[in-house]
Design a protein around this ligand. Structure first.
Ligand code: EZ4
Ligand code: CO
Length: 402
């Protein structure tokens, strides 16, 4: 089963996606997501200019060997561009292997460990009164877990709050939008938001919150402690996590669970976080952490330390990534939660897929492979549009983490 073609498809059905489609000599095709929000063309070039020619003629059934070939063979290891490109190849090869075997990929990963994949949605609004309405919408749709983000009084805009409630897209301009941030205003406001939400919805609803890398460890400890009465499932990315050691300080101050890892490229970014049990959920995902092969390796390490999965699932991860994530989620023993932001109808049409949402759960497709494809003709109707993620400054103008 030799690879005879590998196409890199860039499309923008409302937002940019990069997809790799691999074709074998016996007519099988596989798809992999290669989207890196705001840096899409870097990955497209990595694949087109450096990877595709080395794939032609390779045995498509050798997934592990191809992973090692691309990782060790590049000499330059790790990094989001490299690992996203490797992920795309890896995901497409798992899709092909499933089709060759006549089985959904989750069967090749050991079969089902659960009946459905619990997902959380994003409730967001400028004010607390408005966000209660948004949370109720998700509850009505059947969601058992909801992420809550609100505006902060005194700040013009805040991460996670948008006009379009279902399809939040932060990459909103070709040159980064400038936001203003105040940790003091945020820490003063946030506990009151969760007091209201918990009071309104009772103890059964799982609540989450994304801090988006904005605090220092001691500030994060204070936030976690102040949120303890409202029993959150997790706070996400409380600090930038390059400094894995810093999570020890947060742990000394709060029992609010912590989820980190959506920007991680591989196991070396979270090895200490996992083995010292400094986090509760690892948010690494298929597209940015080296594909199904490498993410499974991360999840297996995490399982040894009672760390559960909580994969990133924002709209900038295409339905191809979501399909792949669901096959892992349904199979691994230590699944925790899966983020699920719905894609627009335009995106769903470009990426026909067999997964479906019902009563708070996503269900992977039972078709052979990943159960997702790209409609290349339709994709060609949506040319790439430059879009960058915002930057964030403190009120005095100092550049801060976004
Ligand atoms: O900002 O995916 O938890 N979800 C997130 C996302 C990220 C975007 C960046 O491309 O933090 O909204
Ligand atoms: Co996040």
């Amino acid at each position: 089963m030799k690879i005879v073609d590998a196409r890199v498809i860039v499309t923008c059905p409302g937002r940019n996606f990069v997809t790799l489609k691999i074709v074998t000599d016996d007519g099988l095709t596989g798809v992999g997501d290669a989207t890196l929000n705001g840096r899409e063309l870097a990955v497209a070039s990595y694949l087109r200019d450096h990877v595709v020619r080395a794939l032609i003629g390779r045995d498509a059934s050798r997934i592990e060997d191809t992973w090692q070939y691309l990782y060790k063979g590049a000499y330059w290891r790790r990094g989001p561009v490299t690992m996203t490109a490797i992920a795309a190849v890896d995901t497409a090869l798992w899709d092909i292997k499933g089709k060759a075997a006549g089985m959904p990929v989750y069967q090749l990963l050991g079969g089902r460990s659960r009946e459905g994949v619990t997902v959380y949605g994003h409730a967001n609004a400028e004010t607390v009164d408005e966000v209660l309405v948004e949370v109720a919408r998700y509850v009505d749709l059947g969601y058992k877990a909801v992420r809550v983000q609100t505006g902060v009084p005194g700040l013009a805009s805040t991460y996670g709050v948008s006009g379009d409630k279902m399809f939040y897209e932060p990459a909103d301009a070709s040159v980064p939008t400038e936001n203003v941030w105040s940790t003091e205003r945020y820490l003063a406001h946030t506990p009151g938001v969760f007091a209201r939400v918990r009071d309104e919805f009772g103890p059964g609803l799982r609540l989450l919150h994304d801090v988006h890398h904005r605090l220092t460890p001691i500030e994060a400890g204070r936030l976690g402690k102040s949120l303890e009465p409202y029993a959150l499932t997790w706070i996400e990315d409380p600090t930038p996590a390059e400094l894995q050691d810093s999570l020890r300080l947060i742990r000394q101050h709060t029992t609010t669970p912590i989820a980190i890892g959506e920007i991680f490229s591989g196991v070396w970014d979270c090895q200490q976080l996992i083995t010292e049990q400094l986090i509760d959920y690892i948010r690494a995902t298929v597209v940015h952490a080296g594909g199904i092969t490498h993410l499974r390796r991360i999840f297996d390490l995490a399982a040894l330390y009672q760390v559960r999965s909580g994969s990133h699932g924002a709209t900038d991860l295409s339905p191809v990534c979501m399909s792949a994530a669901l096959h892992l989620d349904i199979a691994i023993p230590n699944f925790g939660l899966q983020e699920y932001m719905r894609h627009t109808p335009e995106t769903d049409a470009v990426f026909p897929h067999g997964y479906h949402f019902a009563d708070g759960y996503l269900h992977p497709s039972d078709e052979p492979g990943l159960g997702v494809d790209i409609d290349e003709e339709l994709a060609a109707q949506y040319p790439y549009r430059a879009a960058a993620l915002p930057v964030n400054r403190l009120e005095d103008g100092t550049l801060h983490s976004w």
